[in-house]
Design a binder for this molecule. Structure first.
Ligand code: AMP
Ligand code: GLY
Length: 425
């Protein structure tokens, strides 16, 4: 079968790598892909942007694509699955109306309130004066969120009322987040440890993936600005069996049931970002309507089952009978990023001394492309993610660090403490 995979990040390289291992797959087209997907077996890139739904639809028709898998959120929120389904094409992901769980934080908060899913107390605003008045009675810190998609940059944790006021003004008055900031969520600050919990869902049936955890801040010690994620590992030791059971019964099951009850039955990957407080209670920070990046990289290293079978089982409502198999060993990935990321950064540095892949080590590319000599060069903020499986976290981490240190490239950095929480547990 021919598969179309949409996206260009490390998540997509990991998904393409796993899809390419399926005996049922003859060819994978990645739109637009990166320097890693360009050289995977059976796989090639096509120069169509992930947001260009018209072109993607034309491509899928022309190429007789049997299955389309969507990596990033933007096309899902824009209704790619609706469009493909209308054209009679199989496309894995939620419909636009259900993808609003990620596309509108205000919608997601109202949804959680309505379905009694634990989350921080909040209020939604589109009028500046109302938001400013509400802030007067809040205790600090408080969290201000642009409701729409903002590539992970739309969340501001304000320590003082002045900062909170400035954040609200930046969104509702100065329009710094464009349409995404036309509505804001103001919510209570939650303390605890974050984890990522991803399921593959088909209506109210789901397969829970092993827990994972990423490092959002740019620098060692969890300092510096928020990023898309500087490293990730699976499992997340904070998610004990007991806490996993709570996440499933208090978050995942009521979310899928609530969606179905609201007429928004969900097919696709559903990602709940949860904060686990010191009594072990999970609260939802956000939903994503897709896999995490870089969480996907360690998760795909651990998945033994055929990913095409898994996705088709979800599309065919056969998840309940699916026996998924995981590698019991932990996996850990370290992101190499361009200097300056998540702000402005330079591109075009040649990457050399990249190790060959092996059963327990993969270098998943993200912001890379091949130059005219077929050498990979940097082309994005997050450049790649070195991901290793190990008998324990210490071994996986040592292998990933030994590998990333060998890579030769100018103007890039990585964190030196990926996995520090996992090791502490
Ligand atoms: P979000 O995109 O909503 O997940 O927010 C991005 C990041 O901001 C999260 O991963 C958390 O680290 C932080 N964050 C969001 N909401 C809260 C909250 N209510 N309390 C504490 N931290 C938060
Ligand atoms: N790593 C966080 C995310 O994918 O949203």
């Amino acid at each position: 079968m021919k598969v179309l995979l949409i996206g260009s990040g490390g998540r997509e390289h990991a998904l393409a790598w796993k899809l390419s291992q399926s005996n049922r797959v003859t060819e994978i087209m990645v739109a637009p892909g990166n320097g890693g997907t360009a050289v995977l077996p059976k796989t090639h890139n096509v120069p169509v942007a992930a947001e260009d739904i018209d072109q993607l639809l034309t491509l899928a028709r022309q190429e007789s694509i049997a299955l389309t898998v969507v990596g990033p959120e933007a096309p899902l929120v824009d209704g790619i699955v609706d469009r493909f389904n209308d054209a009679g094409l199989r496309c894995f992901g939620p419909l636009a109306a259900a993808a609003r769980l990620e596309g509108s934080k205000a919608f997601a908060k109202d949804f959680m309130l309505r379905h009694n899913i634990p989350t921080a107390a909040y209020a939604n605003f589109s009028e500046l004066s109302d938001a400013l008045a509400y802030l007067q009675n809040q205790t600090m810190p408080v969290v201000i969120k642009a409701s729409g998609l903002a590539a992970g940059k739309g969340v501001i944790i304000a320590e003082t009322k002045a900062q909170a006021e400035q954040a609200v003004r930046s969104m509702l008055e100065h329009n710094q987040f464009g349409d995404a900031g036309q509505q804001v969520v103001i919510e209570q600050f939650l303390c605890g440890e974050e984890a990522s919990f991803i399921v593959l869902a088909s209506g109210t049936d789901y397969i829970a993936f092993p827990s994972s955890q990423d490092h959002k801040r740019a620098f060692d010690g969890d300092l510096g600005p928020n990023t898309g994620g500087m490293g990730a590992y699976s499992p997340a030791p904070v998610v004990t069996d007991k806490i996993q059971a709570l996440i499933e019964t208090r978050v995942i099951q009521p979310s899928l049931q609530g969606l179905a009850d609201d007429g928004l039955a969900y097919t696709g990957f559903l990602y709940a970002g949860v904060m686990i407080d010191d009594t072990g209670q999970p609260h939802v920070l956000e939903y994503n309507c897709r896999m995490g990046d870089p969480e996907t990289q360690p998760l795909m290293m651990r998945l033994n089952s055929d990913l095409v079978d898994l996705i088709e089982a979800a599309l065919d409502n056969q998840l309940a009978a699916f026996d998924v198999s995981w590698d019991q060993r932990p996996a850990l990935g370290i992101v190499l990023a361009a200097n300056g990321y998540p702000g402005a950064y330079s591109k075009g540095s040649i990457l050399s001394n990249l190790p060959s892949p092996s059963d327990d080590l993969m270098v998943f590319h993200a912001g890379t492309k091949l130059n005219d000599n077929q050498q990979p060069i940097t082309a994005g903020g997050r450049v790649l993610c070195v991901t290793a499986l190990g008998d324990d976290f210490t071994a996986a981490r040592a292998h990933a660090y030994a590998t990333i240190e060998q890579i030769t490239v100018a103007d890039c950095f990585f964190r030196n403490d990926i996995g520090h929480r996992a090791l502490k547990h």
